[in-house]
Every structure is written in structure tokens, then in C-alpha cells.
Design a protein around this ligand. Structure first.
Ligand code: DGY
Length: 321
């Protein structure tokens, strides 16, 4: 790297270890209040910077990218998902975009199992009984849930996170089925059953785990018509992106009993989720905690910084999109 440190605008607050390395190696502008920049404020704040460190809260549309100063040559997003960035528009403007694949596979797969088990075993209702001091005693039919062992788990999107979910679910003796844009090699499939059409996956999924990215093709994928294909009493788990689900359709199916339960870590429009989810007892809800472990969030930040280090040393960025 040259003598003068490159100037990095950190659009959000980042974990202490990440900010420590960022301020050690770069001329960094931090965001100590963590207030989310409007598009105007981001363009203004980016003046005089060579790089942006953002998260999924920063919507870098083509227009927002156009407004960035010419000095900005790289944007690293602290996320594996990059639906908030128009990557093609960035490329046209000569801006490299990087994300954080791999480092969050395990944490996200863990939270998927938490949502799956929490929904199936009625964790929200059980916890509420105790916290409200309303538990009057054990009885044989109290809060009976959906049995997990031996059930068919359909994984929509068998990428790195989907495969990490499959590894965990095998430990629960679940039978793994999946849909992916292309079939995996036998080595990666590990005996899972591939379905050529997502609808065929739905038909067998006693549990459905959504692990696909948000793209124009997946948005509102799980609508009323497709929910109808799931076996009665199925459990839906979403730890990918909220906009893959049609909220009204899912809420209706949870109310009618078509679905037994849903475990959700992500929501369309979050944090302003559809209020219908809150009033249902058969939902297990988490505030987008998929990658929220100390180790994972540090690794995500370090991945962003590794990309800056490579970029400013004239090397290829390890996780450029
Ligand atoms: C990701 O990395 O995409 C997580 O969902 C955090 O945004």
C-alpha cells in the first residue's frame, strides 16, 4: 500500500475488532451514532473517500451509485446478500463490489435450526407461559408440537448456507430434499434428493427452509398458490430474505391451520414487519440474527477489510462480485 492511507467511509458502526483494524490501517470516517445515511447524506459523506464499507441498510441503486464521488473505487458490503447493490451499475462505473460469503454459513445454519426447532416445538408459547408466570403445571397434552426426527426437510437454495443446514438437519435424522438452479455434484449432495422444479420440492416438504438469495426470480416466491402445494401441517422457515415470502399468504396459511408454524429470522420491510406475524402464536420470530455471533461478525468485517487490503495493493479482491 502507498504511504498515504486510503480513506474509507464506514457507513454503519461495526464490531470493535473490525473498527480497530479499520482505523489502524486506513484513514477511516466512522459512524459512531450508527444513524442510517439517507441517499443524499451518503453521497455527501462519501466525498473525499476512496472506499465505502456498507451493510444491507445502504441501498446502492444505479442512481445512488452515480452520485458517489469519482474517488470511490470499491464498496465492501458487510453481508453475503447484495440485493441492495446494483452490482452491474457499479461495474459500469468502475466500482468493485465485494460481499462476505462463507464466513457466515455456520452461524446462519445454526439460526435456521433454531427457527426450525423453535417453530416446531412451540418455543415462543412455552417461553411466554413461563415469563408471564402462567405455567400451572405439566400435563400430557401441553403444547404438543411437530415431531422433527425423520421428517422431510426441503431446502430451497442449496448453496453454502443451504448445505450447512442440510449437515445439521442430518443430525436430526431428517430426510433432505432440495431445489437449486443447478443440481449439485454427488459429493455436495451427500444423498439429498434433487427436485428439478421448486414446486415438486414443495409437495414433499414437511419442513421447508428458504436459503435462496433475493433476486427478481425469488421475490414473493412463496405465495398462496405455492403454499397450497406444501403438505398440510408443514413448517416454514425463512432465514434468507423476507421478500421471498408473500406475507399475507403465509399469515393466512398459519391462521387457517394449513401450516403448523413458521420460524422467521427475516422480514419484508424489516424492521417494520407485517404486524400479522406478531399476533400469531404459531410463529417463532427473530430479529435478523442469522450471522449475529461475535466470531462471525468479526469474520465478516475482516473479509471486507481483506478486500480493501487487496484492492489498495493492486491485487484481485478475494470476494469481488
Ligand atoms: C447477510 O449477510 O446477507 C445477512 O443477512 C446480513 O445482512
Amino acid at each position: 500500500m502507498s504511504q498515504t492511507k486510503p480513506r474509507v467511509l464506514a457507513a454503519r458502526r461495526f464490531p470493535p475488532n473490525v473498527e480497530a483494524r479499520l482505523t489502524r490501517d486506513y484513514d477511516a470516517t466512522l459512524n459512531p451514532t450508527d444513524e442510517i445515511y439517507s441517499a443524499d447524506a451518503l453521497a455527501a459523506a462519501a466525498e473525499g473517500h476512496d472506499a465505502l464499507l456498507v451493510a444491507s441498510s445502504e441501498k446502492l441503486t444505479e442512481e445512488a451509485l452515480q452520485r458517489l464521488p469519482d474517488s470511490v473505487r470499491i464498496v465492501a458490503t458487510f453481508s453475503v446478500g447484495y440485493e441492495h447493490i446494483d452490482v452491474e451499475a457499479a461495474k459500469r462505473r468502475g466500482i468493485t463490489v465485494t460481499n462476505t460469503p462463507d464466513v457466515l454459513n455456520d452461524a446462519t445454519a445454526d439460526i435456521t435450526m433454531l427457527c426450525l426447532l423453535g417453530a416446531a416445538r412451540r418455543a415462543h408459547e412455552g417461553e411466554t407461559l413461563i415469563r408471564n408466570d402462567a405455567w400451572e403445571g405439566w400435563y400430557t397434552t401441553m403444547l404438543l408440537g411437530v415431531h422433527v426426527t425423520g421428517k422431510r426437510l426441503g431446502i430451497l437454495g442449496m448453496g453454502r448456507i443451504g448445505r450447512a443446514v442440510a449437515r445439521r438437519a442430518r443430525g436430526f435424522d431428517m430426510e433432505i430434499h432440495y431445489y437449486n438452479r443447478s443440481r449439485l455434484s454427488a459429493d455436495l449432495e451427500q444423498g439429498a434428493t434433487y427436485h428439478e422444479k421448486p414446486e415438486d420440492l414443495l409437495r414433499v416438504s414437511q419442513f421447508l427452509s428458504i436459503n435462496a438469495p433475493s433476486t427478481p426470480e425469488t421475490r414473493k416466491f412463496l405465495n398462496a398458490e405455492r403454499i397450497a402445494l406444501l403438505p398440510d401441517g408443514a413448517v416454514v422457515v425463512n432465514t434468507a430474505r423476507g421478500d421471498i415470502v408473500d406475507d399475507e399468504a403465509l399469515i393466512q396459511a398459519l391462521k387457517s391451520g394449513k401450516l403448523a408454524a413458521a420460524g422467521l429470522d427475516v422480514f419484508d420491510g424489516e424492521p417494520n414487519l407485517n404486524p400479522g406475524y406478531r399476533s400469531l402464536e404459531n410463529t417463532f420470530l427473530m430479529p435478523h440474527l442469522g450471522s449475529a455471533t461475535h466470531e462471525t461478525r468479526d469474520a465478516m468485517g475482516f473479509c471486507c477489510l481483506d478486500n480493501f487490503d487487496a484492492h489498495f495493493s493492486g491485487k484481485p479482491c478475494p470476494t469481488a462480485l
